[in-house]
Design a binder for this molecule. Structure first.
Ligand SMILES: *[C@@H]1O[C@H](CO)[C@@H](O)[C@H](O)[C@H]1NC(C)=O
Ligand SMILES: *[C@@H]1O[C@H](CO)[C@@H](O)[C@H](O)[C@H]1NC(C)=O
Ligand SMILES: *[C@@H]1O[C@H](CO)[C@@H](O)[C@H](O)[C@H]1NC(C)=O
Length: 360
C-alpha cells in the first residue's frame, strides 16, 4: 500500500510541465477558426462481448441500471476516455463474476426491491453513484451501509464525478482565443427565467437589468460541436449551479473552460473552485457586492483586451477537455470512470454510514 502510494505521488510530481517556457496565447485576430476542441463521437467497431472481456482478464463492472435509463455504447469508455482495462456490462447474469456493481442512487426504489437478491461475492464491491447535490438527493432508508465505494462530486468521495482540467502536454495545441461575438451567455435547462426561485435565476434577473445576456436552452443542442461552438463565441458564460454545496461544481463550469470562455461562477465559495483551477481563470459572483457591480466590471473588461486575456493564463499549463453533451452520453463519463477505478484500485472498504457522510 505504502509503495503504491509513493509511486502515485512520484507520478503526480513528474507530470507537471516545466513552467520555464509557457506557450504563447494567440490573440483572436490570428485565429484561423477551425474548432478542434471537441472530438466527435464515432463508434464504428462493434462492442466487445462480456465473455471476451472475461477471457482477456479485464475487470468486469456490472451497471445495475442505466442512469435515467440513458443507454450508451460501452465502447465509449475506451474510444473517448481511453479507459481500456475495464469492461462494462449490463448483463445481470454476470453478477457473480462482476468485480464491481454500480448503482445509481436515483434509480434505487424506496422499498429496495430492485437491488440484487443474490449473495454478494466476497471480492465484489458495490459502488454508490450520485451525481446530484445533497438538496436534490432523496433519502432512501436501508442503503446506508451497503456500499464499498462512493462516487459523487464531493472531493472526499472514493471516485470523483468532476470533469477535471489536466496538464497541457507537448502534443496539445496551444490555446487560441476563439472569435467572440457575444458578451455574456447562459445555457439553462429550465424554463421560467422570470419565475424560478433558485438563487441562479434570481441572480440572473438582477444581472440582466444591467447587461445583455444571451440565453439558450440545453434542448437546443444535440451535439457537442454546436454546444461548445456557441459557448466559444461568448466572452463570458454564466456557470450557475442549480444548488449550492461544497464541491458541487458541475459541467456547467467545464463547458466554458473547454470552449475558451471566462466562466462567471455562482456556487460554492471561491476557494472551493480554486481546488480545481487557478483563481484567475474565472470570475466569482461573490467577488462583487451585487449584480450591478459585476455588470459594470464585465463592461469594463469588454473594452480592455489585456485584462481580459489574463483570464486565460491558466491555459498555458492546463487544458480542459469538452464533456459529452449527447443526450444518452450524459453519464458515460462517470460510469466509465467508475469502471476504470475498479480496475486500477483494489482497496477493500465498507462504508458504515453513507448519509452521515453525504448529508452534512
Ligand atoms: C467514423 O469513422 C469511420 C472509420 O474511421 C469512417 O469511415 C466514418 O466515416 C466515420 N463516421 C463519421 C460519422 O464520422
Ligand atoms: C487470466 O487470468 C488467469 C488466472 O489468473 C490466467 O491463468 C490467464 O493466463 C490470464 N489470461 C490472460 C489472457 O492474461
Ligand atoms: C463491501 O461492503 C459490505 C457491506 O458493508 C461488506 O460486508 C463487504 O465486506 C465489503 N466488501 C469489500 C470487498 O470491500
Amino acid at each position: 500500500m505504502l509503495a503504491a502510494f509513493i509511486v502515485l505521488i512520484l507520478m503526480y510530481y513528474k507530470s507537471p510541465p516545466s513552467k520555464k517556457c509557457p506557450p504563447p496565447i494567440v490573440p483572436p485576430g490570428q485565429w484561423g477558426h477551425k474548432a478542434t476542441f471537441y472530438k466527435t463521437l464515432n463508434l464504428t467497431t462493434s462492442p466487445q462481448s462480456s465473455t471476451e472481456a472475461l477471457k482477456k482478464n479485464k475487470t468486469l463492472m456490472l451497471l445495475w441500471s442505466w442512469p435515467e435509463n440513458k443507454r450508451f455504447d460501452p465502447q465509449v469508455c475506451e474510444a473517448y476516455f481511453g479507459f481500456d482495462s475495464c469492461q462494462l456490462t449490463d448483463d445481470k447474469s454476470l453478477y457473480s463474476s462482476a468485480r464491481g456493481v454500480l448503482f445509481f442512487h436515483k434509480d434505487i426504489q424506496d422499498d429496495l426491491s430492485n437491488l440484487p437478491t443474490l449473495r454478494r461475492p466476497r471480492f465484489q464491491r458495490w459502488i454508490w453513484l450520485n451525481t446530484d447535490s445533497p438538496s436534490n438527493t432523496r433519502r432512501i432508508e436501508g442503503i446506508q451501509d451497503l456500499f464499498n465505494l462512493t462516487m459523487s462530486f464531493r472531493q472526499d468521495a472514493d471516485i470523483q464525478a468532476h470533469w477535471k482540467v489536466s496538464y497541457r502536454t507537448n502534443t496539445d495545441e496551444p490555446f487560441q482565443l476563439p472569435k467572440k461575438e457575444r458578451l455574456v451567455c447562459w445555457i439553462t435547462g429550465s424554463d421560467g427565467l422570470h419565475t424560478q426561485s433558485r438563487e441562479s435565476f434570481i441572480y440572473y434577473r438582477e444581472l440582466v437589468k444591467h447587461i445583455k445576456v444571451d440565453v439558450f436552452y440545453f434542448a437546443e443542442f444535440s451535439r457537442s460541436e454546436e454546444y461548445f461552438l456557441t459557448i466559444s463565441t461568448c466572452k463570458f458564460y454564466l456557470s450557475f449551479e442549480d444548488s449550492i454545496h461544497r464541491d458541487y461544481i458541475t459541467e456547467t463550469f467545464n463547458g466554458p473552460l473547454a470552449a475558451g470562455t471566462v466562466p462567471i461562477v455562482l456556487g460554492p465559495p471561491r476557494l472551493n473552485y480554486e481546488d480545481f483551477i487557478p483563481g484567475d481563470a474565472f470570475i466569482h459572483v461573490g467577488d462583487f457586492p451585487d449584480a450591478s457591480k459585476l455588470a459594470e466590471f464585465l463592461l469594463k473588461l469588454d473594452k480592455d483586451y489585456h485584462s481580459y486575456i489574463k483570464y486565460f493564463n491558466w491555459q498555458r499549463s492546463y487544458i480542459a477537455r469538452p464533456h459529452l453533451i449527447e443526450e444518452n452520453y450524459e453519464f458515460a463519463h462517470v460510469v466509465c470512470k467508475a469502471c476504470n477505478h475498479l480496475s486500477v484500485y483494489k482497496e477493500y472498504r465498507a462504508i458504515p454510514d453513507l448519509y452521515k457522510w453525504f448529508f452534512v
